[in-house]
Design a protein around this ligand. Sequence first.
Ligand code: ADE
Ligand code: ZN
Length: 337
Amino acid sequence: MSDAATFIERLPKAELHLHIEGTFEPELMFAIARRNGIELPYGSVAELRAAYEFENLRDFLDIYYQGMNVLRTERDFYDLTWAYLERARAENVLHAEIFFDPQAHSGRGVAFATVIEGLHRALEDGAAKLGISAKLIPCFLRDLPAEDAMATLEEALAYKDSIVAVGLDSTELGHPPAGFREVFDRARAEGLLTVAHAGEEGPPEYVRQALDLLRVARIDHGNRALEDPALVARLAREGVPLTLCPLSNLRLKVVEDLAVHPLKEMLAKGLCVTVNSDDPAYFGGYVNENYRAVQEALGLTDQDLGLIARNSFEAAFLDAPEKQALIARLDAYLAER
Ligand code: ADE
Ligand code: ZN
């Protein structure tokens, strides 16, 4: 293993942009399908993996929503989450903020309670047995009506103590943040933080709307913000964190090559960038593979990588003492080298 790969492997980090349904590895998908008596439209793990060729976000989402169809019981959601936490811990992820898509489950008759109880129980075991801290962020599907999002928020509020924020995901183009203003106002009035996918495929205006109308504490992706210098200056001035997902961008053709990924330019412009895996089972790599890929393609130094890890803790939805404790572990690692 190269020096950089070893450095990344042992680097303490947080993961802030991770869809739990996007960690559904084909092997587990087949096992759960069998357990639930469901026939998958693929004959084998290899055949399923071969279908993971995407032209854009919509292409991917079709397969992603199809895959999660076999998740039916609380145990299924527990198993999915536990598998991710074990993996994350092995990659030195000390803290994870995990998205889930309640409407993708309620729309096929799986109750919000079933989903969140499975997820939450896995997080409790993750803290107790693996020493990994984690928080949950339900996301609203922006290609469904805002009324559906509001109804989902009402369900989520019954579990307010188990979630830290709400998010916005799914097909971006044609579904600007503005439509979800009232939903996000209500979430914030209930004490929840907010985040939104913006500028992945959508224009800089969607990033502005997420900031001004949804009052988000972080932007998920944000790649296209770079097209608007005034917006970049604002993101830098206000210290708004961006949760970048390099391998996702490559596989969804948001960038044609990692050598032209905006991460390095964003760092140079003083933006608070973080590196994350988005949907690692579909995009060919968990968080360390994402760090490795950008390190190699963009020639990042250990100092750059250390800054990205520091940003991940600074941008986390933790209180100051919790952040300090994690940053102290990062500093100890950097000092011992
Ligand atoms: N849902 C899961 N992954 C997503 C992504 N990269 N963008 C928007 N919605 C998503
Ligand atoms: Zn995402």
